[in-house]
Design a protein around this ligand. Structure first.
Ligand SMILES: [Zn+2]
Length: 285
């Protein structure tokens, strides 16, 4: 039997899975990300051997942090300093002899949720709230790309926020009042001095208010049918957190219809599932 391989190459862990032609996961492997490009590539290739289990590999897809050149598959993930201008597509196609597609992790997660989320949406926005924050937007099943292929950075929109410790609101990008600085795992740690799972109900309310302001902006600009939210912070906050943010969004939306907003249904596999979708034949995002 032929298999299709998906890779989720993250800053802390790398997951690899082999799937059948319908995208059902057959075997999977994971390891911690190292600080060396050479070691990461060796680990990736040995996990591919393991999950492929001697079956023919017909295609591969991969999710990795930006920035990257998605057409040529040249990657420089910001949080993996040893990976700079790596021609990943060319390297993998030469080694494995099959098509290889790579995209920014938040785009790939959006594809995973779109493909396997159990809904249809002509305009679909996916948001990841984890260490950082990002998103991917699909219109009629295709990833929206900006100027020259630029990835829109929804986490770096400026919002009108509420914060009990406003001097600690500092985005890693250097711009003021970024949404990511208020609702991401790193932002929460800087503002509240603890991880998201340790937040009090009042602090969660503040984070939900700020996320709601971001949702309001995104709903106003994109007018999407559905917004799904995943990543560790969103999954940790759960339905209450998402519900509170949604209420703030709805309160502020006057001119466009409110999108359906819900937690991701794919847990921590969203990007891995999207990478598998990209590996399948006849799927073009
Ligand atoms: Zn920023």
């Amino acid at each position: 039997m032929a298999v299709f391989v998906g890779l989720d190459i993250g800053g802390t862990k790398i997951m690899v899975a082999a799937a059948d032609h319908e995208g059902n996961i057959l075997r999977r492997a994971r390891t911690d990300t190292s600080t060396s490009l050479e070691a990461d590539l060796a680990n990736i290739n040995s996990m591919i051997v393991e999950v492929a289990a001697a079956e023919e590999i017909m295609g591969m897809g991969a999710a990795i942090g930006g920035p990257l050149d998605w057409e040529n598959g040249i990657v420089s993930p910001l949080h993996q300093p040893d990976w700079r201008n790596v021609p990943l597509k060319a390297m993998m196609e030469e080694k494995w002899g099959c098509p290889f597609h790579v995209d920014v992790d938040t785009n790939v997660a959006a594809i995973g949720e779109y493909r396997w989320g159990g809904f249809f949406a002509g305009r679909f926005l996916y948001l990841t709230l984890s260490t950082g924050m990002g998103g991917g937007f699909l219109t009629d099943g295709k990833i929206y790309r900006g100027q020259g292929g630029a990835h829109p950075e929804v986490g770096h929109q400026s919002i009108h926020f509420r914060c009990s410790n406003p001097t600690q609101v500092q985005c890693e990008c250097g711009a003021p009042d970024c949404l990511e600085a208020l609702v991401s795992g790193n932002g929460i740690r800087r503002i509240y001095g603890k991880s998201a799972e340790m937040l009090s109900p009042e602090e969660w309310e503040e984070v939900a208010y700020n996320l709601g302001q971001g949702l309001r902006n995104m709903a106003t600009f994109y007018a999407p049918d559905i917004i799904r939210i995943g990543g560790g912070v969103a999954l940790g906050g759960g339905e209450n957190f998402i519900g509170a943010a949604k209420a703030v969004m709805e309160e502020g939306l006057k001119l466009v219809p409110a999108p359906h907003v819900a937690l991701s249904g794919l847990g921590y596999d969203t990007a891995l599932r999207g990478a598998i979708a990209m590996a399948l034949p006849h799927e073009n995002y």
